[in-house]
Design a binder for this molecule. Structure first.
Ligand code: DOR
Ligand code: ZN
Length: 353
């Protein structure tokens, strides 16, 4: 009998994840901590994590939700609002509370009502970030209701990102959850430097689905997220970028849990919950691309280099064994979360348990 194929990588990081709070945090944090050494934790709680005090206390709640012995470090982000104080941000960064600032255009996505209404209002903060070398993470979509939902990323690039890169030539920017071939091109064109000044995270789901998946045989709320999945040519461009080993692209799941009830609704929340199989899904994609040898760069090396952090010590091993993603992840209070590919088969599995 043929031996089971295995791959071992330096312990990877998830550079974009939603861990939520309370019973949801308790249910999802162990899933991320099992696979990743660090994660960049998004600040879109209600109310948003917009001060260093709030981030420090959220970090404590995350650590308290981890299983005993977990080797996992949450990296905290500051939710940028029109009123954010540049001194507070710089102090939080110097004190090691904040790792980055997150820009949500107001009303672009889930819990973004407190986001930035106009870049002009946060110029002071951006100048300070540029000065101290603190990264800005952007949700790259305009919220303009006149712009077609499938064009919001491209319009953001033209209206907001390109002027921002010109106005702040030394600002380090991560274009989060890139979904278009256009975004890939821009990150390649403008991500000069070593480490690059502009990089992008790519989710597992945007490597796997197109917008068709949301409508296959009926409406599929668990495949709805923002930015919404795009066309096949976009998916192909994302897969090539991720699998190329290019240091400007790295792993960020954007795993975004909502209860099954909040998703299966007349007005369902945006967010795809990939945490129960995140690393395994990327392995499957990289195998399909004939690029398993590039998975470590994408998952463990490129993001560390961008953020100026050392690569995690320790490794994870994946084995090529089929397993079935759980139909639901239960919540303590009785509800549940439906994962991406619930009840479906994934080809790679974590070897350590
Ligand atoms: O689909 C999404 N869900 N996109 C986001 O930007 C936010 C996230 C969430 O917090 O649910
Ligand atoms: Zn997100």
């Amino acid at each position: 009998m043929a031996e089971t194929a295995r791959i071992t990588l330096s312990r990877p990081d998830d550079w974009h994840v939603h861990l939520r709070d309370g019973e949801m945090l308790a249910a999802v944090a162990p899933l991320t901590a099992r696979r990743f050494g660090r994660a960049m934790v998004m600040p879109n709680l209600v109310p948003p994590v917009a001060t260093a005090e709030a981030a420090a206390s959220y970090r404590e709640r995350i650590v308290a939700a981890l299983p005993a012995g977990a080797r996992f470090t949450p990296l905290m982000t500051c939710y940028l609002t029109d009123a954010t104080d540049a001194d507070m941000v710089a102090r939080g960064y110097a004190d090691g509370v904040f790792a980055a600032v997150k820009l949500y255009p107001a009303h672009a996505t889930t819990h973004s009502a407190a986001g930035v209404t106009d870049i002009a209002r946060v110029r002071g903060v951006l100048e300070r970030l540029q000065e101290i070398g603190m990264p800005l993470l952007v949700h790259g979509e305009v919220a303009d209701p006149d712009v077609d939902v499938f064009d919001r990323e491209a319009v953001f690039i033209d209206r907001v990102l390109l002027p921002l890169l010109d106005d702040f030539p030394a600002l380090k920017v991560v274009f989060e959850h890139a979904t278009t071939a256009y975004a890939v091109d821009i990150v390649r064109d403008r991500g000069d430097g070593n480490p690059p000044r502009l990089a992008a995270t790519i989710t597992a789901h945007h490597l796997m689905i197109t917008r068709n998946a949301m409508f296959e045989g009926g409406i599929r709320p668990h495949l709805y997220c923002l930015p919404v999945a795009k066309r096949e040519r976009d998916r192909v461009a994302l897969r090539r970028a991720a699998a190329s080993g290019d240091p400007r692209f790295f792993l960020g799941t954007d795993s975004a849990p909502h209860t099954t009830a909040e998703k299966e609704s007349a007005c369902g929340c945006a967010g795809i919950f990939t945490a129960p199989a995140a690393l395994e899904l990327y392995a499957q994609v990289f195998e399909d691309e004939g690029a398993l040898d590039k998975l470590e760069a994408f998952a463990a090396l490129n993001g560390s280099a961008f953020y100026g952090l050392s690569v995690n010590t320790g490794t994870v091993t994946l084995e090529r064994v089929d397993w079935v993603v759980p139909a639901t992840v239960p919540l303590a209070g009785g509800g549940a979360i439906t994962p991406f590919l619930a009840g479906g088969t994934v080809r790679w599995r974590l070897a350590d348990g």
